[in-house]
Ligand binder design. Structure first.
Ligand code: CAA
Length: 259
């Protein structure tokens, strides 16, 4: 257990770190302090070889209702220009291990943007995803426009960002925003189960896979294929690759060491 004020970090025995957002009185609105704690915990997890995957959760009824509007209201244009938040979001984006967002209830604005920083989203049946910034006379500012359109395509991203309408778990899954829909009381359990499965794989291969897959957002096909082949080649030099293939041929379970 950690001693944070706005998140709860609970390492599991399975190599999975569960991080819960913990501002229920404000629907887990993302203050700078909360995001700073989250970035710090992810950086600590990055350095901890015992942690192989992260699950990010809100609570049973909300993931996060976006940027904290009381905090945002105090910022003028210069304040926004000098805001540290983009740097904090970059620290979260730079986390190299797999991260799964388990989403029940509202997942709005910066909350939806945070979920999109995760690699996989599991959506409970109550999940509602939205970019309602337009209702406030602003637009998403933590990657929402760019990541959403690359994830769900133009028409749905435009509908969400221009109208502020929410989408439910079914639409999230159909559009590729979420990987699976679950019953609400299974959302966290399913995310932990999936993270545990990933945590048992060869860590270097998992991290390379994540890095290469994310490159697809940034590169053309030729550059992406080149990047993939380089990573594939680098992995050929790892002990875990030899162990994985040897274990298959010897009909036993592999023991991966992250080397
Ligand atoms: N910031 C600060 N406080 C928030 C908040 C937010 N984003 N969302 C909810 N809260 C607070 C409310 O002010 C309220 O506090 P008080 O009890 O002190 O009044 C408490 O949480 C409960 O909120 P509601 O009574 O509104 O709860 P509800 O269940 O009826 O509605 C909700 C939930 C639909 C999420 C609604 O609170 C809401 O619409 N919130 C704002 C959503 C939003 O616009 N998000 C985008 C923010 S901008 C952004 O995210 C941009 C970016 O990252 C760059």
């Amino acid at each position: 257990m950690s001693s944070y004020n706005y998140i709860i970090a609970e390492p599991q025995e399975t190599g999975v770190l569960l991080i819960k957002l913990n501002r229920p009185e404000a629907r887990n609105a993302l203050t700078t302090a909360l995001l700073t704690e989250l970035a710090a915990e992810l950086e600590a997890a990055q350095e901890n070889d015992l942690i192989r995957a992260v699950v990010l959760y809100g609570n049973d009824s909300v993931f996060a209702a976006g940027a904290d509007l009381k905090e945002m209201a105090k910022l003028d244009a210069v304040g926004v220009l000098q805001d540290v938040r983009p740097k904090i979001w970059k620290r979260i984006y730079d986390f190299k291990k797999p991260m799964i967002a388990a989403v029940n209830g509202y997942c709005l604005g910066g909350g939806c943007e945070l979920a999109m920083h995760a690699d996989i989203i599991i959506a409970g049946e109550s999940a509602e995803f939205g970019q309602p910034e337009i209702n406030l006379g602003i637009i998403p500012g933590a990657g929402g426009t760019q990541r959403l359109i690359r994830t769900v395509g133009k028409s749905l991203a435009m509908k969400m960002c221009l109208s502020g309408e929410f989408i439910n778990a079914d639409v999230a899954v159909a559009s590729g925003l979420a990987a699976e829909k679950t019953a609400d009381d299974q959302t966290l359990e399913r995310a932990l189960e999936l993270a545990t499965r990933i945590a048992k794989k060869a860590p270097l291969a998992v991290q390379q896979a994540k890095e290469v897959l994310l490159k697809a957002f940034e590169t053309d096909l030729e550059a992406g294929l080149h990047y993939e082949r380089k990573a594939f080649t680098v992995l050929a030099a790892t002990e875990d690759r030899n162990e994985g293939i040897a274990a298959f041929l010897e009909k036993r379970k592999p023991e991966y060491k992250g080397r």
